[in-house]
Design a protein around this ligand. Sequence first.
Ligand code: SF4
Ligand code: SF4
Length: 313
Amino acid sequence: MALDEKEFKRKMDEVKKKLQEGVIVPEKLTRKDRIKFRCYPGIGCFTKCCSGIRINLSPYDIFRLKNRLGMSYTDFLMEYTVPRSIDGTPLPIAVLKLKEDEIKSCPFVTPEGCTVYTDRPVTCRYYPIGMAIMKHYEGQEGEDFFIRIKEDHCLGHNESKEWTIDEWRADQESDLYDKMNKDWMEVILKAKTLGIVEFKQKSLDLFFMVSSNLDMFRDFVFNSNFLDSYDLDPDLIEKIKEDELELLKFSLKWLRFTMFGEGDIKVKDDAKLKAKERQFEAAKARIRAMEERDKEFLSKTHENIFKEADKEE
Ligand code: SF4
Ligand code: SF4
């Protein structure tokens, strides 16, 4: 068993800092542990947590929000997001663009509350319970635990309503979001573990496309040689053509496969052969370029030698 040591240490430093500041309650909670919390319109701190925050948008967040607002993916991204990298990785992600007001408010907050409440992002659903995963990298199983975030401005902790962590997460639909984003979260976790690995620009572009713009991914699948390359069940192809949610689920499985070779997606034999041929041609082209460079270098050297010899004469 090996832990993601670098990431774990970084997180622990963050947690220690927040512990010192009294923001994180020093306890490791399981799904059955109980907390007291309630949040409702009319509480003294209502919407105080909706400004000055960073909200990374997951693929399922964007799917829900852009449908809620009746927008295309591209329009949603242009109007409501800015590109950033996920902490501890070079992976690009869409982050909610805050307003330019003094307190950097969320674009969806009003004095009456959240205007997209039933489709709010998963970050808002987690609060005030953060989830951490201790991953056992030789196997596929992870061990979840939870931490309570207790900020001074949040009065919900003083309420008497009691929940188990599971009950709270079910009420907030956090489990549904985690289920939808599972393959995507696995890619991020793995990228954080491999921190030192440099991703090719093409992988980063694919990651951003799949994470944030399903319209582009659809175009990529149905208007390129994508379907000639993968051995996909015809029923699945029909489903992803007709149903956007099925396309989203497939896109995240494919992302995991294409970035780390994980999962049960299969490349067609002739596509494998063509890929090998392309690799072979690329290698030959690299060797030819090296030979050209060597030739050029040697010929310049000879010219210089002759020039110098001429001068001496
Ligand atoms: S999306 Fe809604 S809940 Fe989340 S920060 Fe914005 S206003 Fe608050
Ligand atoms: S600060 Fe806490 S209690 Fe107040 S609105 Fe936000 S989550 Fe609810």
